[in-house]
Design a protein around this ligand. Structure first.
Ligand code: FE2
Length: 367
C-alpha cells in the first residue's frame, strides 16, 4: 500500500487499511472504494493521510509495535478519567485521579512490555483512527513517544512508570480551559494565551495532591513547556534546571503537536516534525533526547513516496531498527521513467540520499 494525502486521493481508489473510531470500531473497511463524499468526510474528520491499495506496493505493510487493542484501552481510560475531571464539581480532581492511578500504572506497564518486545519502531501513521477529542489522542501519543524515548535512553522500569503516568496526565490542567479558547482557530489574544499557559501549573497543583502518585509525575505537567534556553513557561527554567523527564516530555509534546491535524493547520509528516525539533537542537530541546527519539520512531513510514538524489524515485518498503533514517526503498522510476520495481537498501548506499518525500504527487504521473 501507499501513503497519500487524502486531498490527493483519486476517485475510485481503494482504501489500503481500515479506518477506526476511538472505540476500535471500523468506520471504513479496507478495500472500500473512495468516493468524493468519503474523501470530503475523511478530510472533515482531520485525516490528512490515508493508505491506498496499489499493485506496485501491494505487499508493503505498515506495522506498529503497540497493538490496536492496547491503544484503544489506553485511549478509553484517558477519556473516561479526563471526562470525569471535566464534569465533576463535587469530587476533587485528586480523588478522581486516585481512583484511576492504578489503572494508569497497569496500562503503562503493558505499553512498556509491548514496546520492548516488538521489533517494530514506533509508527503512529500506521493505523488511522478518528478521534473526536484532541487532548485524549495527544495524551496517548505523547505517552507512547515518551516511553519510546525513555526505553531508548535505558531508563529503569520504575522511572519509565513514573514518566509514563506523568506523560498521560501532562495536560490534565487543560481540562477546565474553555473549549472555545482551546480550539480557537485564529490567533490567541494575550489573555487567552495566558489562560492556556496556566495549564502547566494547574496540572501540577492537581497531580501533586493525588495520593499514590509520585511528585515527579506532577513535575512532568509542571515542566513540559520549559525550554533549555529559558524561553519556556511557567518558570523559565534553563538547561539542567529542567528535570530529564520534563526535557523528554518537551520533545514528545512538540513532535505530536506538529504531526497532528489541528484546527489551524494541517499535519506534518514525521520527517518534517523532526526538522522542527532539529531547529531547536541543543538550544530549546535536549540533544540527547532528540537523538534517542530519532532512533525510536519511524521517520519515513512504509508506503511513503520518496525521491532520491540519484534520479530514482519509489516507495519506502521497510525500516531498519537502529538506522531508520536509511530505509529500504522500492524503486519504481529512474529519471522519470518506469522501471521493473526493485529494492534499494539505503543503509548499503551511503551516498544515496532522500531528497524529497511527497505525499501529494504520489501515483499522479501514472494515472
Ligand atoms: Fe501542554
Amino acid at each position: 500500500m501507499r501513503l497519500i494525502a487524502t486531498s490527493e486521493a483519486n476517485l475510485g481508489s481503494t482504501l489500503g487499511k481500515a479506518i477506526y473510531n476511538d472505540n476500535g470500531q471500523i468506520l471504513l473497511n479496507k478495500g472500500a472504494a473512495l468516493t468524493a463524499g468519503i474523501i470530503a468526510r475523511l478530510i472533515g474528520f482531520g485525516i490528512d493521510y490515508i493508505y491506498i491499495e496499489d499493485p506496485d506496493t501491494a505487499d508493503i505493510i505498515s506495522a506498529n509495535p503497540v497493538s490496536e487493542e492496547l491503544r484503544v484501552a489506553a485511549y478509553n481510560t484517558i477519556q473516561t478519567t479526563f471526562q470525569q475531571l471535566e464534569g465533576n464539581f463535587n469530587v476533587s480532581p485528586a480523588i478522581v485521579l486516585e481512583n484511576s492511578a492504578k489503572e494508569f500504572k497497569l496500562l503503562i506497564r503493558s505499553l512498556i512490555k509491548e514496546l520492548t518486545g516488538s521489533k517494530e519502531l514506533l509508527n503512529l501513521l500506521s493505523d488511522i483512527i478518528i478521534h473526536d477529542n484532541y487532548i485524549f489522542t495527544h495524551s496517548l501519543n505523547v505517552t507512547l513517544y515518551t516511553l519510546a524515548i525513555g526505553l531508548e535512553m535505558k531508563l529503569s522500569e520504575r522511572d519509565l512508570e513514573v514518566l509514563g503516568v506523568g506523560a498521560m496526565l501532562h495536560d490534565v490542567g487543560k481540562m477546565n480551559i474553555p473549549h472555545e479558547v482551546l480550539m480557537k482557530p485564529g490567533r490567541l489574544t494575550e489573555d487567552e494565551f495566558k489562560v492556556i499557559q496556566e495549564h502547566a501549573e494547574k496540572g501540577f497543583e492537581i497531580l501533586r495532591n493525588v495520593e499514590g502518585l509520585p511528585l515527579l509525575a506532577a513535575h512532568c505537567a509542571f515542566q513540559h513547556h520549559e525550554r533549555l534556553d529559558g524561553t519556556g513557561y511557567p518558570r523559565g527554567l534553563k538547561g539542567q534546571e529542567i528535570h530529564l523527564f520534563g526535557r523528554i516530555l518537551g520533545v514528545a509534546d512538540v513532535f505530536d503537536a506538529v504531526t497532528s491535524n489541528r484546527v489551524y493547520r494541517a499535519a506534518m509528516l514525521p520527517h518534517e516534525g523532526l526538522e522542527v525539533l532539529y531547529a531547536g537542537y541543543g538550544t530549546k530541546y535536549d540533544s540527547h533526547v532528540i537523538d534517542a527519539f530519532k532512533r525510536a520512531v519511524v521517520i519515513y513510514p512504509a508506503g511513503l513516496s520518496v525521491e532520491l538524489n540519484n534520479g530514482c524515485s519509489g516507495v519506502v518498503s521497510s525500516q531498519h531498527k537502529g538506522s531508520n533514517g536509511r530505509p529500504v526503498v522500492r524503486i519504481l522510476q529512474e529519471n522519470g521513467r518506469r522501471v521493473q520495481p526493485y529494492e534499494l537498501d539505503l543503509r548499503q548506499h551511503a551516498s544515496i540520499l532522500i531528497t524529497g518525500c511527497d505525499a501529494t504527487a504520489m501515483g499522479k504521473n501514472e494515472q
